[in-house]
Each structure stands twice: as C-alpha cells, then as structure tokens.
Design a protein around this ligand. Structure first.
Ligand code: AHR
Ligand code: AHR
Length: 481
C-alpha cells in the first residue's frame, strides 16, 4: 500500500496528493509533474516507472538535456484536480512578470528512492505554487490531516515555507484562515526548543509550535536530511508530529486544544492549497518538498504511523548534485568563456566585482591571480563547491542581488549559501555550467563582461534567453596561478 491507500483504509482519504518523486497510490500510473524547457518552451509530463512506482527521471533528463527546465505543474494524484501551479500575486507580489512567484528548477533536488533517481522541488526565496480553486479540501472548522516529506537541512527564517490549507484569495483574511505545515527557523510568531529549524503550524498570523502562541520547548529543533512533517486539525484539537523520513518512527510534539488567541477556535479554513509560501503569498522562504498529501477527516496516529513506515520503506537517499568536469578540492582553476567572440575571457575579479577579463600565459602575475580560484568544499553543502580567490584568500565568489561579487567569508548562513555552487555538464554541450546551490534556476553567466547568476529568461536584463546556453558554459582548466 502507498500513503493514500493507507489514509483511505483509515477512512481519512487523500483529497490532494502531490509528489515529484513517486506515486502516492499503489495503482497510480498518471502524471506526477510537468516540466517546461527553456530551449523551445514546450512541456512534458513525468510519470511513474510503473504503477505506484518512482518517477521516471530519465524522461526529464532526456527532455531537459542541453537546456534548462522548470517544474510547471505538480499534479494532484487524488483525481480531484487539485494541481499545484505557479502562485499568483496576493498580499505580496512574486518576482516574476505580473507578480507571479518563481517556478522551481527541475534539477535542484536530486535524490534516489530505493536506488532509483528522482527529483524533488527545490524552492528558493521567491518560489511558490498554489491552487486557489480546490476541490474537497477542509473548510471552516472541518477536520483534515496532512504530511510533507521535506529536506530538513534546507530552510530559512523568512515567511513562510508552508504546505497545506490557505486562503483562496492569497491574502491574509484573518486568524484561523489557514492550516498548513511550516518548516524553518522563523521566530516572529512562535518557536520551539533550541535555535531551529522547527515544524510549526501556520494558522494565519501565527506559526504555532504548541499551545502557547510563543515558545514551546516540546517542539524540538530538527536536523534530519529527510523529515516527515505531520499536521492535523479538527474542532478544538490539533497535533504536530514528525520523524526522520529515512528511518524510525514519528514523535508527537503537540497534541491538544486550539490556541487561545481569538480566531483559532473555531477555525475558518478556506481550503486553498499552498506550497513554499505563506497564505498571503509571502515568498521569502526556502525549502525542498518531495511529497505530501492532504486528507479529509482527522487521521489517527496509527494511520500516520503506517504512512511513516511506508515513507521509510521508499528509501529516500541523497544523490549527486554535480556532473561534468570533476573538480578537486584544494586545486586552483580558471574558467574560460565559450561564447563566440569571448573565448579569450576568463572569470576574474576587480575589487569586489566579478567580471571577465582577457587573460593569457603572458598576462601579469597580478591578473593571473585575479583569474584563479581555489576550489573549496561547498560552504553550505559539501556535495557542491565554493570558489576562493587566489589573490584574496578568505574571500569567495558569492551572489548578492543576483550579481556575483567577491566577499569575505563572514561564516554566516547567508554567505555560505550564496557562495555554494554545483557544477554540471555545460548546458551548451561545452565545458561546465556552474549552478547556484541556493537558486538552482540560475547559473554563472557573463553579461556585458560582468558575472551574474542568471536564469534562462526572466525579469532581469541579465536573464536574457539570447545567447544563454553559451554564456553559462565555461571551460575549466588548471588555474593561471
Ligand atoms: O501566519 C504566518 C503568516 O502570516 C502567513 O503565512 C501569512 O499569510 C501572514 O503574513
Ligand atoms: O543574489 C540573490 C540574493 O540577494 C542573495 O541570496 C541574498 O544574499 C541577496 O539579497
């Protein structure tokens, strides 16, 4: 049995079932998600390898080879049509045209399930999915349950990395108008033990970790690479539970009455579905989603325990984030542009600005050093890399407002994440493309000889799709210095 078969036998059926990694019903053979590629704007659906099985990632890899791909739809497997699509503007606007949120890269969160490759949904700040015309979700004070399998190491403190029930208007319509899983280390409303990240319930105008609207020591900081986050709510009761999605069982962090501030009992749920954003389209949060469902009715702990066992049996594990030219930590490299007319240009820096400059064996020692980078283990993720300046040890290439700059490592989480990059086979077919770990839709790109992390089409000038594949493909060689 798969998760939604288990919920059905507990008389709390799934009314929404979302996953880019696997089927959530043992008989499901339909589409899991849709990707859209940058080369020609066409889309394709990714389905399971077999009924109830893991996603056929090879179809995505082939469709997206030598271009970029975005996840455009996460299909609802329940048959109710509760698909998740690019979230529209609400109380807050997203970064894309007309205030829409960003879509996620299709390659930011590779994993294996029982050894088979699949892709999760890696959501950078600005990314969001929703469905504001749902069918069968809980409204008012109706009972519901939900779980989500997330990357417990990918989070931030911005509002709000959520999955679950929210306002159909994408605006804040008041306390109790949401009931969604939250994951991160936001402390504006509530918090748990330690410094986070925590599983909390986003009930609108509050992230709740237990009965107190503030700190609840029973809600622990979590550090599982794969976390199963569970939330359920019914008339004057709700519970928060979680566990390691790769082994063991669930723990209950809270099980009790609704919070006392007005508006949360009874609830006024509206039934829209959100992923990666707050109820009002607050979109500063980040996180990674692999699978999740919402149910009708209040699942028993026993049902949720069986679902946890099923998730563990699916055997989630990490997969390589890189491909192409292998890099050796500690070595010095230089990166040459491949765009016609720029093939003598290398990535260098002038002060804090990262740019391209013409460099050769007869260049000055200073310029050679400015164009040489020591490969370091990724500051935010050891499966990727960071690039330290040869002439300014202690300073790294990072992005800031999507421009690449040279910055001293201040050992903050923000610097570490902004300075972590995952090289992959060059998108043009030549060399390597250097993908931002934290914004995997974005790659090292030269634009008017200045370096950015650019997406293949987008709102910035430097996101121009013209010449994108060549501008993001670099030949990596031994460093000049
Ligand atoms: O409840 C926390 C957040 O507050 C909600 O997600 C959002 O709608 C509001 O800003
Ligand atoms: O470069 C994009 C973002 O801009 C970085 O993550 C952040 O540090 C800055 O605000």
């Amino acid at each position: 049995a798969a998760p939604c078969d288990i919920y059905a036998s507990g008389n709390t059926p799934c009314i929404a079932a979302h996953s880019t990694t696997r089927a959530l019903y043992s008989a499901y053979t339909g589409a899991l998600y849709q990707v859209k590629r940058g080369s020609d704007g066409t889309t394709t659906d990714i389905s399971p390898l077999s009924a109830g099985g893991v996603a056929n990632a090879a179809v995505q890899d082939k469709f997206c080879s030598s271009t970029t791909c975005l996840i455009t739809i996460i299909y609802d497997q329940s048959g109710r049509g509760n698909h998740l699509k690019q979230a529209p503007p609400g109380g807050f606007k997203g970064p894309e045209a007309n205030g829409y949120d960003n879509l996620a890269s299709a390659v930011g969160a590779p994993v294996t399930l029982d050894g088979k490759k699949a892709y999760g949904v890696f959501m950078s700040p600005g990314t969001g999915y929703s469905n504001n015309a749902p069918s069968g979700t809980a409204t008012g004070d109706e009972a519901e349950g939900m779980y989500a399998v997330l990357d417990g190491t990918h989070y931030n403190g911005a509002c709000c990395f959520d999955y679950g029930n929210a306002e159909i208007s994408s605006t804040d319509t008041g306390n109790g108008h949401m009931e969604a899983i939250y994951y991160g280390d936001n402390t504006i409303w509530g918090s748990g033990a330690g410094s986070g990240p925590w599983l909390m319930a986003d009930l609108e105008n509050g992230l709740f970790s237990g009965s107190s609207p503030a700190n609840n020591p029973g809600d622990p900081s979590l550090s599982y690479r794969f976390v199963n986050a569970v939330l359920k709510g019914g008339p004057n009761k709700w519970a928060l539970r979680a566990g390691n999605a790769a082994s063991g069982s669930l723990s209950t962090y809270y099980n009790g009455a609704r919070p006392s501030p007005s508006g949360y009992n009874p609830m006024s749920k509206e039934g829209a579905i959100i992923l990666g954003i707050g109820g009002d389209n607050s979109n500063g949060a980040q996180g990674t989603f692999y699978e999740g469902v919402m149910t009708s009715g209040y699942p028993t702990d026993a049902t949720e325990n069986s679902v946890q066992a099923n998730i563990v049996a699916a055997k989630y594990a990490t997969a390589s984030l890189t491909s192409g030219t292998a890099l050796t930590v500690g070595s010095s490299i230089s990166l040459r542009a491949t765009t016609s007319g720029y093939t003598t240009h290398y990535i260098a820096h002038t002060g804090a600005t990262i740019n391209t400059q013409v460099v050769s064996s007869s260049s000055t020692t200073d310029l050679k050093k400015q164009a040489s980078w020591t490969v370091r283990t990724g500051l935010a993720n050891s499966a990727c890399f960071s690039f330290e300046s040869v002439d300014t040890p202690g300073s790294f290439i990072r992005h800031a407002d999507f421009a690449l700059v040279l910055a001293a490592n201040d050992d903050t989480k923000a610097l570490h994440e902004d300075a972590t990059f995952c090289p992959q086979t060059g998108i043009s077919g030549q060399g390597s493309s250097i993908r931002s770990w934290s914004y995997p839709t974005r790659y090292f790109r030269h634009f008017e000889n200045t370096l950015y992390i650019a997406s293949n089409g987008g709102v910035h000038e430097f996101d121009s799709a013209t010449s994108f594949n060549d501008d993001v493909s670099w030949v990596i060689s031994n460093g000049f210095a």
